[in-house]
Design a protein around this ligand. Structure first.
Ligand code: EPZ
Length: 423
């Protein structure tokens, strides 16, 4: 396994190209199972997670070819099972459930279980499919879904923590081939859901209201081949925006879409970071010695502040001139990075879903452990500005979600490299 070594203190300057959105690519690749024809998907980031989705599709005997960022999928699969060894490594594998039930009338998908960021139930996924007429059983750790025919329905898809991104995705995908009209209320409005809807529309689906909490899907008999380009990754964009901010740098994030990151941009401006939106990207600047203002951040479903940016903004607020509060309203236990940031000198108190952060003048490099994807990104950000060396261990999490992170940071002036862990 690799670790990342970072020698902090460099100001980052230059251009970073933003990759395709991981969280749009994963459900869109699964959606290709809704037709036997070939779907060409462009701008798919080269990540461990997109590789895992390819392995799942191949395990089901779908034909998948990858050439750089272009993935072609012919979804006429022979096997209808997503096995434990793959699903257990990536929760988004659950996205094959909706397309399989809709197109093949049967699916056997391993239960994804919880993960390091807290419990992650799937009741809303099952509710959506059951309302459409699927019969669902849990047997030996697998979700077994059958349907003679799916029929449109009115479905309220809100849970304890509000809307669900992938439950909306699963229900919407299944409804495209159901008989009649489906209305999903309290649907997720995330840009990745809008991208999925646009992909489905390009395959011949009839969908309205995507990007609002009420999505209407009128079932069609058949979907067809398409050639589609997925959106740029807003979380990768936000992470590099913070790399510019935390190092007092000047970065141009090429391909970034400011409209997908309004809450993050707003918060960064409140902290004193200069951000300008351009036709082809975002520019992020902070004067090295300017103070970072403290802030209060609450994570919420889109268009609120994304939970996937919570750890990264915490790294910045650790160096702010005062006291900040972060309230995590999507995953109240997603604070595994707090103790690792503490090892670098951060002062953070946790009280339930609230983190109270007292800004310090500087952080110092340390050996830290990457625990989940976004927590790992936060440790890298802290390492970029910390005194001395930071070693981020177990970085396979980062490879799940950030394409060539070390190379992209090195190109704009970071001292960062990979090393093999000694055994
Ligand atoms: C998506 O996960 C993202 N993953 C996550 O990104 C992201 O953190 C999350 O949305 C929230 O924005 C992908 O898109 C592949 P949810 P998802 O269902 O859809 C509760 C990353 O780092 N809930 O919107 O699985 C749930 O526990 C990853 O890239 C239920 O109660 O998340 C949470 O509190 C991590 N019942 C809330 O809803 C359900 O059936 C929102 O979760 C489903 C979810």
């Amino acid at each position: 396994m690799d670790r990342l070594v970072i020698e902090g203190g460099n100001t980052l300057k230059g251009t970073i190209n933003i990759s395709g959105a991981k969280n749009a690519a994963l459900p869109i690749m699964a959606a290709a199972l809704l037709t036997d024809e070939t779907c060409v998907i462009n701008n798919v980031p080269a990540l461990r997670d997109t590789d895992t989705m390819i392995r799942i599709l191949r395990a089901m005997e779908a034909k998948v070819e990858r050439k750089k960022e272009r993935v072609s999928i012919t979804g006429a699969c022979g096997k209808l099972k997503a096995p434990y060894n793959l699903v257990s490594t990536m929760r988004a594998s659950i996205c094959v459930l909706g397309p399989l039930v809709a197109k093949r009338k049967f699916a056997e998908v391993s239960f994804p279980g919880g993960c390091i960021i807290g419990p992650r139930p799937i009741d809303l996924h099952l509710k959506g499919l059951e309302k459409l007429g699927a019969e669902i059983k849990i047997k030996s750790g697998y979700i077994i879904a059958k349907a003679k025919k799916l029929k449109g329905a009115n479905i309220y898809l809100g849970g304890h923590f509000g809307s669900s991104v992938l439950a909306t995705a699963n229900t919407m995908m299944a409804a495209t081939l159901a008989e009649g009209t489906t209305v999903i209320e309290n649907a997720a409005c995330e840009p990745e859901i809008v991208d999925l809807a646009n992909f489905l529309i390009s395959m011949g689906a009839r969908i309205e209201g995507h990007s609002t909490p009420t999505v209407m899907i009128t079932g069609v008999k058949k979907l067809h081949a398409t050639n589609y380009k997925i959106i740029s990754d807003r979380v990768e964009t936000g992470t590099y925006a913070l790399a510019g901010a935390i190092t007092g740098g000047d970065l141009f994030l090429k391909g970034a879409k400011g409209a997908h990151l309004l809450a993050v941009i707003d918060k960064l401006r409140e902290c004193g970071i200069h951000i300008t939106e351009h036709k082809d990207g975002l520019r992020v600047k902070r004067k090295v010695r300017s103070k970072i203002k403290p802030a209060s951040v609450t994570t919420l479903p889109y268009p609120g502040f994304p939970t996937d940016m919570q750890a990264q903004i915490m790294a910045l607020l650790c160096l702010s001139d005062g006291i900040s509060i972060i309230t995590e309203k999507i995953y109240p236990e997603r604070f595994i990075h707090v103790s690792e940031l503490g090892r670098m000198g951060a002062q953070i108190i946790l009280e339930g879903p609230n983190a109270i952060i007292k800004g310090v003048k500087s952080l110092s490099g340390a050996d830290v452990m990457a625990s989940d994807l976004r927590a790992s990104a936060a440790l890298v950000l802290a390492g970029l500005v910390a005194k001395q060396k930071t070693r981020v261990h177990r970085i396979y999490h980062l490879d799940r979600g950030y394409e060539e992170l070390d190379k992209k940071l090195k190109n704009v002036g970071a001292r960062i490299w990979r090393e093999k862990e000694e055994r």
